[in-house]
Design a protein around this ligand. Sequence first.
Ligand SMILES: *Cc1c(COP(=O)(O)O)cnc(C)c1O
Length: 450
Amino acid sequence: MTKSETLTRWDHAHLWHPFTPLADWESEPPLIIERGEGVYLFDIEGRRYLDGVSSLWCNVHGHRHPRLDAALKAQIDRMAHSTLLGVSHPTAIELARKLAELAPEGLTRVFFSDDGATAVEVALKMAFQYWRQKPDPEPKRTRFMALGNAYHGDTLGDVSVGGVDRFHAMFGPLLFPALRAPSPHPYRSESDDCGAASLAEAERLLEAHPGEVAAIVIEPLVQGAAGMIVHPKGYLRGLRELSRRHRVLLIADEVAVGFGRTGTMFACEQEGVSPDFLCLAKGLTGGYLPLAATLTTEDIYKAFRGTATEGKTFYHGHTYGGNPLGAAVALANLEVFDEERTLERLQPKIAHLAGRLEEFRTRPHVGDVRQSGMIAGVELVADKATKESYPWAEQVGARVCRKARERGVLIRPLGDVLVIMPPLSITREQLDELLDVMLTCLREVTEVAS
Ligand SMILES: *Cc1c(COP(=O)(O)O)cnc(C)c1O
Protein backbone atom coordinates (compact mmCIF):
# COMPACT_ATOMS: atom_id res chain seq x y z
CA MET A 1 0.00 0.00 0.00
CA THR A 2 1.14 3.55 -0.67
CA LYS A 3 1.51 6.00 2.21
CA SER A 4 -1.63 7.72 0.99
CA GLU A 5 -3.67 4.50 1.00
CA THR A 6 -2.47 3.57 4.48
CA LEU A 7 -3.33 6.99 5.89
CA THR A 8 -6.72 6.88 4.21
CA ARG A 9 -7.48 3.51 5.81
CA TRP A 10 -6.38 4.67 9.23
CA ASP A 11 -8.26 7.95 8.94
CA HIS A 12 -11.46 6.15 8.00
CA ALA A 13 -10.89 3.61 10.75
CA HIS A 14 -10.11 5.96 13.64
CA LEU A 15 -10.42 9.69 13.10
CA TRP A 16 -13.69 11.47 13.90
CA HIS A 17 -13.77 14.83 12.09
CA PRO A 18 -15.53 17.86 13.60
CA PHE A 19 -18.55 19.42 11.81
CA THR A 20 -18.24 16.67 9.18
CA PRO A 21 -21.01 14.38 7.93
CA LEU A 22 -19.38 11.02 8.56
CA ALA A 23 -20.98 8.90 5.85
CA ASP A 24 -20.04 11.46 3.21
CA TRP A 25 -16.55 11.62 4.63
CA GLU A 26 -16.04 7.86 4.44
CA SER A 27 -17.41 7.67 0.92
CA GLU A 28 -14.38 9.27 -0.67
CA PRO A 29 -10.63 9.58 -0.19
CA PRO A 30 -9.73 12.24 2.38
CA LEU A 31 -7.74 15.32 1.50
CA ILE A 32 -4.63 14.97 3.65
CA ILE A 33 -2.65 18.17 4.03
CA GLU A 34 0.97 17.75 4.94
CA ARG A 35 2.77 21.04 4.45
CA GLY A 36 2.19 24.77 4.14
CA GLU A 37 4.07 27.66 2.60
CA GLY A 38 2.71 31.21 2.57
CA VAL A 39 -0.93 31.11 1.44
CA TYR A 40 -0.54 27.61 0.02
CA LEU A 41 -1.05 24.16 1.50
CA PHE A 42 0.25 20.91 0.00
CA ASP A 43 -1.31 17.46 0.29
CA ILE A 44 0.60 14.22 0.69
CA GLU A 45 0.66 13.75 -3.07
CA GLY A 46 2.35 17.15 -3.41
CA ARG A 47 -0.70 18.91 -4.89
CA ARG A 48 -0.92 22.60 -4.07
CA TYR A 49 -4.00 24.42 -2.72
CA LEU A 50 -4.58 28.08 -2.02
CA ASP A 51 -5.76 28.36 1.60
CA GLY A 52 -8.86 30.46 0.86
CA VAL A 53 -10.30 30.37 4.39
CA SER A 54 -7.07 30.70 6.36
CA SER A 55 -7.29 27.13 7.70
CA LEU A 56 -10.64 27.91 9.31
CA TRP A 57 -10.24 31.65 9.79
CA CYS A 58 -7.05 31.58 11.81
CA ASN A 59 -3.97 31.99 9.62
CA VAL A 60 -2.84 35.63 9.34
CA HIS A 61 0.63 36.08 7.84
CA GLY A 62 0.81 32.81 5.89
CA HIS A 63 2.05 29.34 6.74
CA ARG A 64 5.66 28.89 7.85
CA HIS A 65 6.33 32.56 8.36
CA PRO A 66 10.03 32.80 9.30
CA ARG A 67 9.42 35.20 12.21
CA LEU A 68 6.71 33.03 13.75
CA ASP A 69 8.67 29.83 13.18
CA ALA A 70 11.74 31.38 14.84
CA ALA A 71 9.75 32.59 17.86
CA LEU A 72 8.35 29.12 18.36
CA LYS A 73 11.75 27.48 18.07
CA ALA A 74 13.33 29.96 20.48
CA GLN A 75 10.59 29.34 23.03
CA ILE A 76 10.82 25.57 22.75
CA ASP A 77 14.50 25.79 23.60
CA ARG A 78 13.51 27.44 26.88
CA MET A 79 10.33 25.60 27.92
CA ALA A 80 7.25 24.14 26.24
CA HIS A 81 4.80 24.53 29.08
CA SER A 82 4.37 25.75 32.62
CA THR A 83 1.08 26.57 34.31
CA LEU A 84 -0.46 29.97 35.08
CA LEU A 85 -2.28 28.60 38.14
CA GLY A 86 -0.42 30.35 40.92
CA VAL A 87 2.76 30.70 38.82
CA SER A 88 3.73 32.99 35.98
CA HIS A 89 6.04 32.99 32.97
CA PRO A 90 7.62 35.77 30.88
CA THR A 91 5.85 35.19 27.56
CA ALA A 92 2.36 35.28 29.10
CA ILE A 93 3.27 38.46 30.99
CA GLU A 94 4.62 40.16 27.88
CA LEU A 95 1.68 39.09 25.75
CA ALA A 96 -0.85 40.27 28.34
CA ARG A 97 0.82 43.67 28.39
CA LYS A 98 0.92 43.86 24.60
CA LEU A 99 -2.76 42.91 24.25
CA ALA A 100 -3.79 45.46 26.84
CA GLU A 101 -1.86 48.08 24.89
CA LEU A 102 -3.50 47.18 21.56
CA ALA A 103 -7.06 46.59 22.75
CA PRO A 104 -9.78 49.23 22.91
CA GLU A 105 -9.56 51.62 25.86
CA GLY A 106 -10.07 50.22 29.33
CA LEU A 107 -9.38 46.54 28.65
CA THR A 108 -6.39 46.13 30.92
CA ARG A 109 -6.82 42.62 32.33
CA VAL A 110 -6.09 39.47 30.35
CA PHE A 111 -7.28 35.96 31.18
CA PHE A 112 -5.75 33.26 28.98
CA SER A 113 -7.37 30.03 27.88
CA ASP A 114 -6.97 27.91 24.77
CA ASP A 115 -9.82 28.27 22.25
CA GLY A 116 -12.49 30.63 21.06
CA ALA A 117 -15.10 28.60 22.90
CA THR A 118 -13.24 28.89 26.18
CA ALA A 119 -12.61 32.62 25.69
CA VAL A 120 -16.37 33.23 25.44
CA GLU A 121 -17.25 30.73 28.18
CA VAL A 122 -14.86 32.59 30.49
CA ALA A 123 -16.51 35.93 29.67
CA LEU A 124 -20.00 34.53 30.35
CA LYS A 125 -18.98 33.08 33.71
CA MET A 126 -17.02 36.19 34.72
CA ALA A 127 -19.99 38.40 33.86
CA PHE A 128 -22.30 36.19 35.89
CA GLN A 129 -20.01 36.10 38.90
CA TYR A 130 -19.28 39.83 38.67
CA TRP A 131 -22.89 40.78 39.46
CA ARG A 132 -22.86 38.50 42.52
CA GLN A 133 -19.81 40.03 44.13
CA LYS A 134 -19.51 43.61 42.94
CA PRO A 135 -19.78 46.25 45.69
CA ASP A 136 -23.60 46.50 45.41
CA PRO A 137 -24.41 42.97 44.29
CA GLU A 138 -27.22 42.38 41.81
CA PRO A 139 -27.56 38.60 41.97
CA LYS A 140 -30.76 38.67 39.89
CA ARG A 141 -28.71 39.47 36.82
CA THR A 142 -28.38 35.91 35.60
CA ARG A 143 -29.54 36.11 32.00
CA PHE A 144 -27.73 36.71 28.74
CA MET A 145 -28.88 38.36 25.57
CA ALA A 146 -27.58 37.24 22.18
CA LEU A 147 -28.52 37.56 18.53
CA GLY A 148 -30.36 35.20 16.25
CA ASN A 149 -27.84 33.20 14.16
CA ALA A 150 -25.15 33.82 16.78
CA TYR A 151 -22.21 31.47 17.01
CA HIS A 152 -19.89 31.65 20.00
CA GLY A 153 -18.32 28.18 20.17
CA ASP A 154 -19.33 24.66 21.08
CA THR A 155 -19.20 24.36 24.87
CA LEU A 156 -22.62 24.35 26.53
CA GLY A 157 -22.51 27.94 27.77
CA ASP A 158 -21.57 29.14 24.30
CA VAL A 159 -24.20 26.91 22.69
CA SER A 160 -26.79 28.42 25.06
CA VAL A 161 -26.13 31.88 23.65
CA GLY A 162 -25.72 30.44 20.15
CA GLY A 163 -28.53 30.74 17.65
CA VAL A 164 -27.67 28.56 14.65
CA ASP A 165 -30.37 25.90 14.70
CA ARG A 166 -28.52 23.37 12.58
CA PHE A 167 -25.71 23.29 15.14
CA HIS A 168 -27.50 24.09 18.36
CA ALA A 169 -31.11 22.81 18.33
CA MET A 170 -30.05 19.25 19.25
CA PHE A 171 -28.72 20.36 22.61
CA GLY A 172 -31.76 22.42 23.62
CA PRO A 173 -32.60 20.37 26.73
CA LEU A 174 -29.13 21.00 28.15
CA LEU A 175 -29.04 24.76 27.70
CA PHE A 176 -29.93 27.87 29.68
CA PRO A 177 -32.40 30.05 27.79
CA ALA A 178 -31.00 33.25 26.31
CA LEU A 179 -32.91 36.39 25.39
CA ARG A 180 -32.72 36.67 21.65
CA ALA A 181 -32.69 39.85 19.58
CA PRO A 182 -33.02 39.45 15.81
CA SER A 183 -29.86 39.35 13.79
CA PRO A 184 -29.57 42.57 11.77
CA HIS A 185 -29.31 40.85 8.39
CA PRO A 186 -29.78 43.39 5.58
CA TYR A 187 -30.35 40.77 2.85
CA ARG A 188 -32.83 38.61 4.75
CA SER A 189 -34.58 41.18 6.92
CA GLU A 190 -38.10 42.37 6.15
CA SER A 191 -37.42 45.73 7.73
CA ASP A 192 -35.95 48.63 5.74
CA ASP A 193 -33.71 49.42 8.68
CA CYS A 194 -32.88 46.06 10.21
CA GLY A 195 -30.26 47.59 12.51
CA ALA A 196 -32.82 49.90 14.13
CA ALA A 197 -35.39 47.08 14.27
CA SER A 198 -32.93 44.76 16.01
CA LEU A 199 -31.93 47.46 18.49
CA ALA A 200 -35.58 48.24 19.23
CA GLU A 201 -36.24 44.58 19.99
CA ALA A 202 -33.12 44.37 22.13
CA GLU A 203 -34.34 47.39 24.08
CA ARG A 204 -37.80 45.89 24.46
CA LEU A 205 -36.25 42.69 25.87
CA LEU A 206 -34.13 44.63 28.34
CA GLU A 207 -37.18 46.59 29.47
CA ALA A 208 -39.21 43.39 29.82
CA HIS A 209 -36.49 41.90 32.05
CA PRO A 210 -35.37 44.80 34.23
CA GLY A 211 -32.33 44.00 36.36
CA GLU A 212 -32.15 40.42 35.06
CA VAL A 213 -29.61 40.65 32.27
CA ALA A 214 -25.94 40.11 33.10
CA ALA A 215 -24.52 40.73 29.64
CA ILE A 216 -25.13 41.03 25.94
CA VAL A 217 -22.87 38.91 23.78
CA ILE A 218 -22.17 39.88 20.19
CA GLU A 219 -19.92 39.10 17.24
CA PRO A 220 -18.90 42.65 16.28
CA LEU A 221 -19.54 43.74 12.65
CA VAL A 222 -19.76 40.22 11.17
CA GLN A 223 -21.67 37.15 12.34
CA GLY A 224 -19.29 34.53 11.00
CA ALA A 225 -20.72 31.01 11.22
CA ALA A 226 -24.20 32.35 10.42
CA GLY A 227 -22.94 32.99 6.89
CA MET A 228 -20.79 36.10 7.15
CA ILE A 229 -23.72 38.38 7.95
CA VAL A 230 -22.36 41.92 7.86
CA HIS A 231 -24.21 44.24 10.23
CA PRO A 232 -25.33 47.70 9.17
CA LYS A 233 -23.03 50.55 10.08
CA GLY A 234 -23.78 51.94 13.53
CA TYR A 235 -25.39 48.78 14.85
CA LEU A 236 -22.55 47.85 17.20
CA ARG A 237 -22.31 51.36 18.55
CA GLY A 238 -26.07 51.39 19.05
CA LEU A 239 -25.93 48.14 20.99
CA ARG A 240 -23.11 49.54 23.12
CA GLU A 241 -25.19 52.61 23.94
CA LEU A 242 -28.13 50.38 24.81
CA SER A 243 -26.00 48.26 27.11
CA ARG A 244 -24.78 51.37 28.91
CA ARG A 245 -28.27 52.82 29.28
CA HIS A 246 -29.48 49.59 30.84
CA ARG A 247 -26.26 49.01 32.83
CA VAL A 248 -25.66 45.66 31.15
CA LEU A 249 -22.20 44.35 30.32
CA LEU A 250 -21.12 43.91 26.69
CA ILE A 251 -19.12 40.86 25.60
CA ALA A 252 -17.48 41.31 22.19
CA ASP A 253 -16.63 37.95 20.65
CA GLU A 254 -13.85 38.87 18.21
CA VAL A 255 -12.65 35.29 17.90
CA ALA A 256 -13.25 35.38 14.14
CA VAL A 257 -13.03 39.09 13.34
CA GLY A 258 -10.04 40.07 15.50
CA PHE A 259 -6.48 40.57 14.23
CA GLY A 260 -7.08 42.57 11.10
CA ARG A 261 -9.75 40.56 9.33
CA THR A 262 -12.16 43.47 9.05
CA GLY A 263 -9.39 45.91 8.11
CA THR A 264 -8.65 47.18 11.63
CA MET A 265 -6.85 45.28 14.36
CA PHE A 266 -10.16 44.80 16.20
CA ALA A 267 -13.63 45.17 14.70
CA CYS A 268 -14.84 47.21 17.71
CA GLU A 269 -12.47 50.02 16.71
CA GLN A 270 -14.54 50.79 13.64
CA GLU A 271 -17.45 51.91 15.78
CA GLY A 272 -15.45 53.43 18.60
CA VAL A 273 -16.65 50.74 20.99
CA SER A 274 -14.87 49.56 24.13
CA PRO A 275 -16.66 46.45 25.37
CA ASP A 276 -16.51 45.10 28.93
CA PHE A 277 -15.08 41.84 27.62
CA LEU A 278 -13.11 41.17 24.45
CA CYS A 279 -12.74 37.52 23.43
CA LEU A 280 -9.82 36.61 21.18
CA ALA A 281 -8.56 33.34 19.71
CA LYS A 282 -8.25 32.11 16.09
CA GLY A 283 -5.83 34.77 14.72
CA LEU A 284 -4.13 35.45 18.05
CA THR A 285 -1.23 33.12 17.27
CA GLY A 286 -1.29 33.93 13.55
CA GLY A 287 -2.99 30.56 13.09
CA TYR A 288 -0.20 28.53 14.65
CA LEU A 289 -1.37 27.22 18.02
CA PRO A 290 -4.47 27.10 20.18
CA LEU A 291 -4.40 30.10 22.49
CA ALA A 292 -7.19 32.41 23.56
CA ALA A 293 -7.61 35.51 25.68
CA THR A 294 -10.53 37.16 27.44
CA LEU A 295 -9.76 40.80 28.12
CA THR A 296 -11.71 42.81 30.66
CA THR A 297 -11.70 46.02 32.68
CA GLU A 298 -10.34 47.08 36.06
CA ASP A 299 -13.92 47.37 37.31
CA ILE A 300 -14.63 43.69 36.61
CA TYR A 301 -11.24 42.59 37.90
CA LYS A 302 -11.68 44.48 41.17
CA ALA A 303 -14.86 42.57 41.97
CA PHE A 304 -12.80 39.37 41.99
CA ARG A 305 -9.88 40.72 44.02
CA GLY A 306 -9.84 39.01 47.39
CA THR A 307 -7.90 36.67 49.63
CA ALA A 308 -8.40 32.89 49.67
CA THR A 309 -10.94 33.17 52.46
CA GLU A 310 -13.04 35.96 50.90
CA GLY A 311 -14.62 33.63 48.31
CA LYS A 312 -14.16 35.97 45.35
CA THR A 313 -11.84 33.77 43.33
CA PHE A 314 -12.71 32.88 39.74
CA TYR A 315 -12.62 29.10 39.91
CA HIS A 316 -12.11 28.53 36.24
CA GLY A 317 -9.02 27.59 34.28
CA HIS A 318 -7.75 25.45 31.47
CA THR A 319 -4.63 23.37 31.94
CA TYR A 320 -2.80 24.77 28.94
CA GLY A 321 -4.21 28.31 29.20
CA GLY A 322 -1.53 30.85 28.32
CA ASN A 323 0.81 28.12 27.04
CA PRO A 324 4.28 29.63 26.50
CA LEU A 325 4.66 28.30 22.94
CA GLY A 326 1.34 29.85 21.97
CA ALA A 327 2.15 33.09 23.78
CA ALA A 328 5.59 33.33 22.12
CA VAL A 329 4.16 32.88 18.65
CA ALA A 330 1.33 35.33 19.45
CA LEU A 331 3.91 37.96 20.39
CA ALA A 332 5.72 37.37 17.11
CA ASN A 333 2.39 37.55 15.26
CA LEU A 334 1.76 41.01 16.70
CA GLU A 335 5.31 42.14 15.93
CA VAL A 336 4.87 41.09 12.31
CA PHE A 337 1.78 43.35 12.10
CA ASP A 338 4.18 46.24 12.85
CA GLU A 339 7.19 45.09 10.88
CA GLU A 340 5.28 44.29 7.72
CA ARG A 341 2.75 47.13 8.15
CA THR A 342 0.12 44.45 7.62
CA LEU A 343 -2.94 46.63 8.19
CA GLU A 344 -1.71 49.46 6.00
CA ARG A 345 -0.84 47.10 3.17
CA LEU A 346 -4.17 45.36 3.55
CA GLN A 347 -6.26 48.39 2.54
CA PRO A 348 -5.61 48.22 -1.24
CA LYS A 349 -6.29 44.48 -1.14
CA ILE A 350 -9.62 45.12 0.56
CA ALA A 351 -10.48 47.63 -2.17
CA HIS A 352 -9.42 45.17 -4.85
CA LEU A 353 -11.58 42.45 -3.28
CA ALA A 354 -14.55 44.85 -3.22
CA GLY A 355 -14.08 45.63 -6.90
CA ARG A 356 -13.84 42.01 -7.93
CA LEU A 357 -16.87 41.02 -5.86
CA GLU A 358 -18.95 43.10 -8.27
CA GLU A 359 -18.45 40.33 -10.85
CA PHE A 360 -20.02 37.87 -8.43
CA ARG A 361 -23.00 40.15 -7.88
CA THR A 362 -23.98 39.99 -11.55
CA ARG A 363 -24.28 36.20 -11.62
CA PRO A 364 -27.86 34.90 -11.88
CA HIS A 365 -27.68 32.72 -8.76
CA VAL A 366 -25.76 35.06 -6.49
CA GLY A 367 -28.37 36.58 -4.19
CA ASP A 368 -26.10 38.61 -1.97
CA VAL A 369 -22.46 39.54 -1.66
CA ARG A 370 -21.30 40.94 1.66
CA GLN A 371 -17.89 42.13 2.71
CA SER A 372 -16.16 43.51 5.75
CA GLY A 373 -12.45 44.04 5.19
CA MET A 374 -10.86 40.77 4.05
CA ILE A 375 -13.95 38.75 4.94
CA ALA A 376 -16.60 38.13 2.29
CA GLY A 377 -19.64 35.92 1.89
CA VAL A 378 -21.30 35.10 -1.43
CA GLU A 379 -24.82 33.75 -0.92
CA LEU A 380 -26.08 31.42 -3.64
CA VAL A 381 -29.85 31.27 -4.15
CA ALA A 382 -32.19 29.21 -6.31
CA ASP A 383 -34.16 32.31 -7.30
CA LYS A 384 -32.55 35.71 -7.26
CA ALA A 385 -35.85 37.60 -7.49
CA THR A 386 -37.55 35.91 -4.53
CA LYS A 387 -34.29 35.18 -2.62
CA GLU A 388 -35.44 31.58 -2.33
CA SER A 389 -32.69 29.32 -1.07
CA TYR A 390 -31.63 26.10 -2.72
CA PRO A 391 -32.95 22.94 -1.09
CA TRP A 392 -30.45 21.78 1.55
CA ALA A 393 -30.32 18.37 -0.18
CA GLU A 394 -28.69 19.93 -3.23
CA GLN A 395 -25.60 20.94 -1.23
CA VAL A 396 -24.87 23.66 -3.74
CA GLY A 397 -22.30 25.47 -1.60
CA ALA A 398 -20.44 22.25 -0.88
CA ARG A 399 -20.44 21.33 -4.57
CA VAL A 400 -18.86 24.63 -5.56
CA CYS A 401 -16.17 24.15 -2.93
CA ARG A 402 -15.53 20.60 -4.12
CA LYS A 403 -14.93 21.85 -7.65
CA ALA A 404 -12.67 24.61 -6.35
CA ARG A 405 -10.58 22.00 -4.61
CA GLU A 406 -10.07 20.18 -7.91
CA ARG A 407 -8.73 23.46 -9.23
CA GLY A 408 -6.34 23.99 -6.33
CA VAL A 409 -8.36 26.27 -4.07
CA LEU A 410 -9.46 25.27 -0.57
CA ILE A 411 -12.64 26.92 0.62
CA ARG A 412 -15.35 25.79 3.00
CA PRO A 413 -18.94 26.99 2.67
CA LEU A 414 -21.44 27.94 5.34
CA GLY A 415 -24.54 26.32 3.87
CA ASP A 416 -24.89 28.03 0.49
CA VAL A 417 -22.73 30.96 1.46
CA LEU A 418 -19.27 30.79 -0.09
CA VAL A 419 -16.71 32.19 2.32
CA ILE A 420 -13.71 34.23 1.26
CA MET A 421 -11.31 34.75 4.16
CA PRO A 422 -7.71 34.31 3.02
CA PRO A 423 -4.60 35.03 5.09
CA LEU A 424 -3.99 38.79 5.27
CA SER A 425 -0.62 38.17 3.62
CA ILE A 426 -2.27 37.12 0.35
CA THR A 427 -1.03 39.09 -2.65
CA ARG A 428 -3.29 40.74 -5.17
CA GLU A 429 -2.38 38.08 -7.76
CA GLN A 430 -3.16 35.27 -5.35
CA LEU A 431 -6.44 36.95 -4.45
CA ASP A 432 -7.28 37.01 -8.16
CA GLU A 433 -6.41 33.32 -8.41
CA LEU A 434 -8.79 32.57 -5.52
CA LEU A 435 -11.62 34.67 -6.96
CA ASP A 436 -11.17 33.44 -10.55
CA VAL A 437 -11.46 29.82 -9.44
CA MET A 438 -14.46 30.57 -7.23
CA LEU A 439 -16.26 32.40 -10.01
CA THR A 440 -15.60 29.63 -12.51
CA CYS A 441 -16.78 26.95 -10.10
CA LEU A 442 -19.90 28.76 -9.01
CA ARG A 443 -20.83 29.24 -12.66
CA GLU A 444 -20.22 25.56 -13.39
CA VAL A 445 -22.44 24.49 -10.52
CA THR A 446 -25.22 27.08 -10.73
CA GLU A 447 -25.34 28.12 -14.38
CA VAL A 448 -24.46 25.09 -16.45
CA ALA A 449 -27.19 22.46 -16.61
CA SER A 450 -25.98 19.36 -14.82
C1 LIG B 1 -14.71 29.96 15.80
C2 LIG B 1 -15.48 30.83 16.72
C3 LIG B 1 -15.60 30.52 18.09
C4 LIG B 1 -15.06 29.25 18.66
O1 LIG B 1 -13.69 29.17 18.59
P1 LIG B 1 -12.95 27.75 18.78
O2 LIG B 1 -11.52 28.09 18.81
O3 LIG B 1 -13.35 26.93 17.57
O4 LIG B 1 -13.47 27.16 20.02
C5 LIG B 1 -16.25 31.43 18.90
N1 LIG B 1 -16.78 32.56 18.40
C6 LIG B 1 -16.69 32.88 17.09
C7 LIG B 1 -17.27 34.17 16.63
C8 LIG B 1 -16.06 32.02 16.21
O5 LIG B 1 -16.01 32.31 14.91
